[in-house]
Design a protein around this ligand. Structure first.
Ligand SMILES: [Zn+2]
Length: 252
């Protein structure tokens, strides 16, 4: 079910044990070869595919295209809410949904910069509603749900998400090849290990002058098809766990 297509009485009548899913993405530079709407397009497609088998067992809100992309702000076209603003924005959305009675709220994320804020938003919301014992507040990122696309298609060299990389370029090639620029001159930019396992604060331009990390030249539309298949199935499997939750248990 799509929230945007429903009247307020229809939303009011929905079982509040039904998961409500908020897709959260971004508008930010994706190298010289991909559109700035890449993360929103990719998450939109993963959600579109997942919504088909889930049908009327899940309510989807409209995709939130404004994300936390301040690390990309040096590149033209990036639109970003500052990290604290974004955290408050997600917190307000969760409050809205709880006000309307929903008990299973899922933030499904499609952008690296949103991972920490979305986790923090559900953590803080749980503290705000600590007297409740019927809430399930979750944050999940579509490429971190367990799928291993490189095992499904061994021609995929990349084994984790990078930026405007083999994976993302492949998915846009599948979705909208007309929006993909020339990648033939783009030398691979390694992700590096920085000060692993510590987390280093970073801005994109210190890692990649052109704004991509990975090897876009390895992309193909066929790989994109595989990636979407893996990620959509992962999201369906995950949301079925949310649907099957017994309403109280820690396990799920
Ligand atoms: Zn991206």
């Amino acid at each position: 079910m799509q929230l945007q297509e429903m009247s307020w009485p229809a939303v009011g009548a929905v079982s509040k044990d039904m998961p409500i899913v908020v897709p959260i993405a971004a508008v930010e530079q994706h190298g010289p070869h991909l559109p700035v709407f890449t993360d929103s397009m990719l998450l939109g497609e993963v959600v579109r595919r997942a919504a088909e088998p889930l049908r009327d067992r899940v309510v989807w809100t409209p995709l939130l295209w404004l994300g936390n992309s301040h690390h990309h702000i040096d590149f033209a076209g990036t639109l970003s809410a500052a990290p604290r603003t974004y955290l408050d924005l997600l917190g307000d959305l969760i409050d809205n949904l709880i006000t309307h009675g929903f008990r299973r709220v899922v933030l499904v994320n499609g952008h690296g910069g949103n991972i920490v804020p979305s986790q923090q938003a559900v953590f803080e919301a749980r503290q705000r509603y600590r007297q409740r014992d019927d809430l399930l507040l979750l944050a999940a990122t579509y490429w971190l749900l367990g799928g291993k696309p490189h095992q499904v298609d061994p021609t995929l060299k990349q084994d984790r998400m990078q930026h405007a990389c083999e994976w993302e370029t492949s998915m846009i090639l599948h979705l909208a090849p007309n929006l993909v620029g020339d990648v033939s001159q783009l030398e691979p930019v390694p992700a590096g290990v920085a000060f692993d396992p510590a987390t280093r604060g970073w801005i994109t331009k210190e890692r990649s002058p052109l704004g991509y990390i990975g090897d876009p030249r390895r992309a193909s539309a066929l790989k994109g098809q595989t990636l979407f298949g893996v990620f959509a199935q992962d999201l369906v499997t995950f949301l079925e766990r949310v649907i099957a939750w017994d309403g109280r248990s820690w396990e799920g």
